[in-house]
Design a protein around this ligand. Structure first.
Ligand SMILES: Cc1cc2nc3c(=O)[nH]c(=O)nc-3n(C[C@H](O)[C@H](O)[C@H](O)COP(=O)(O)OP(=O)(O)OC[C@H]3O[C@@H](n4cnc5c(N)ncnc54)[C@H](O)[C@@H]3O)c2cc1C
Length: 401
């Protein structure tokens, strides 16, 4: 008999997991309290980079970026993926050492990486003035996508393959029997299955708490803006990241998309949000982005007083070590988590969903998801204040942590 699964959350991580579980022959129900793909995922910047701080993550991000590039071919749906490449500029010795280590890791995994001069970087992205960078890394196979299309694309393809989508269905409890998760209670009645996946984004921890499970996560406000069109911005110009300033810029609809990681981020406790809360109503703070823009004005002079077309933000979930939480919850058989996106879950989702589905169906995955198990936090972060401080520290100036 086919394995049955309930996936809570039709954002990028949940929809990707539902798609891959369905491909592996599972009977999947994908439940979301709101419209699918309507919360944090569609508000992302859509950047996808292969570089990562651990080998497990680098392998997943290489797979994920290539899966995004072939998404249309694989699922029949466009996600507007642009193989633009990405530039990363380091201005301090520490930043340079970190970037070179990440590039070396990628090179060891067979990815083409280069170091380019300031002049070459500016030729590739004419709106970027690198100045006195110590080193500029270039990964030509990185890219970006239109974020709103990805969860919907995964969900629609999963449904075509036999999954059932249940939008506007709020999970209110996790059903347990003999130490196993056996389903969920919802505002539309109970659903039973062999396994449950908690991929509820900012709400992951409160749902797990219903099952008596503590997941060390902290949702944090993260924002970006998009300018009106600017002369000479082209879609295939590379994504640019400044490491020490922790900002990113990429082309978007003829303008530039700008986002970054401030020193004093705003944590949000999902337990304090009203039950009908939607990310669309989140209070934003353009001042944060204006300050970051001022800091890097010499590198992106075209952003000075550029009229804005879009300002958006969402609630990515941070973990104390900056790595996602993917895998089985050891204290409850049949209960899996896909969360702790650390502002990278959209682009990670194709590989995270594939690896988690393999783990669920086969009991093992390649790469081994052990390093991303919640087990690594078993003895720590029981104090909410300590957890919050560690997660906010991970967020602040994220590119140099
Ligand atoms: C401004 C910004 C820029 C970003 N840039 C990037 C980027 O460049 N690259 C990248 O990879 N990532 C980026 N991210 C991060 C990315 O958006 C997240 O990692 C990703 O969206 C996480 O997906 P998710 O599925 O966990 O969450 P979500 O998309 O929020 O999905 C969770 C879903 O769970 C549902 N849910 C919650 N509780 C319940 C319940 N009780 N019952 C039923 N359903 C429930 C919600 O309604 C929601 O639809 C960015 C984020 C922001 C805000």
């Amino acid at each position: 008999m086919a394995l049955s699964a309930i996936v809570i959350g039709a954002g990028a991580l949940g929809a990707a997991t539902a798609y891959h579980l369905t491909r592996r022959g599972a009977e999947v129900v994908l439940v979301d309290q709101h419209a699918p793909g309507s919360q944090t995922s569609p508000r992302a910047a859509g950047l996808s980079q292969k570089a990562a701080s651990t080998e497990t993550m680098a392998r997943l991000m290489i797979e994920a970026t290539e899966a995004l590039a072939s998404f249309e071919q694989d699922t029949g749906r466009s996600i507007d993926f642009h193989r633009s490449g990405s530039l990363k500029a380091a201005y301090t010795e520490d930043g340079e050492a970190r970037m070179l280590a990440d590039l070396e890791r990628l090179r060891g995994l067979g990815v083409q990486v280069e170091l380019v001069s300031s002049a070459e970087a500016e030729r590739l992205a004419p709106w970027f003035k690198p100045g006195e960078a110590r080193a500029i890394g270039y990964v030509p196979s990185d890219g970006y996508l239109e974020p709103s299309t990805l969860p919907i694309g995964f969900m629609q393809r999963a449904v075509e393959l036999g999954a059932r989508a249940m939008p506007f269905t709020r999970v209110t409890d996790v059903l347990q029997q003999d130490g196993r998760a056996v389903g969920v209670a919802t505002n539309r009645g109970e659903l039973r299955a062999d396994i449950v996946v908690d991929a509820a984004g900012a709400w992951t921890a409160p749902i797990a708490a219903r099952a008596g499970i503590r997941i060390p996560l902290q949702p944090v406000l993260h924002q970006l803006y998009v300018t009106e069109p600017i002369a000479d911005v082209e879609p295939l110009q590379p994504v640019v990241r400044l490491l020490e300033a922790s900002v990113y810029v990429r082309p978007e609809k003829g303008g530039l998309l700008f986002g970054g990681y401030e020193d004093a981020p705003r944590p949000v406790d999902p337990g304090t949000l009203p039950s009908n809360f939607q990310i669309a109503t989140l209070e934003l703070d353009l001042g944060v982005l204006r300050s970051l823009t001022d800091e890097v004005a010499a590198h992106f002079p075209v952003l000075d007083n550029a009229p804005l077309a879009v300002h958006r933000g969402g609630l990515p979930t941070m973990t104390p070590d900056g790595l996602p939480i993917l895998g089985l919850m050891p204290s409850l058989d049949g209960f899996y988590v896909a969360s702790g996106c650390n502002v990278g879950g959209l682009s990670l989702s194709p590989a995270a969903g594939r690896a988690l589905a393999d783990l669920i169906v086969d009991g093992t995955s390649d790469p081994d998801l052990g390093p991303l198990s919640v087990e690594r936090f078993r003895d720590g972060y029981a104090d909410p204040a300590e957890l919050q401080a560690a997660c906010l520290d991970r967020y602040a100036r994220r590119y140099v942590k």
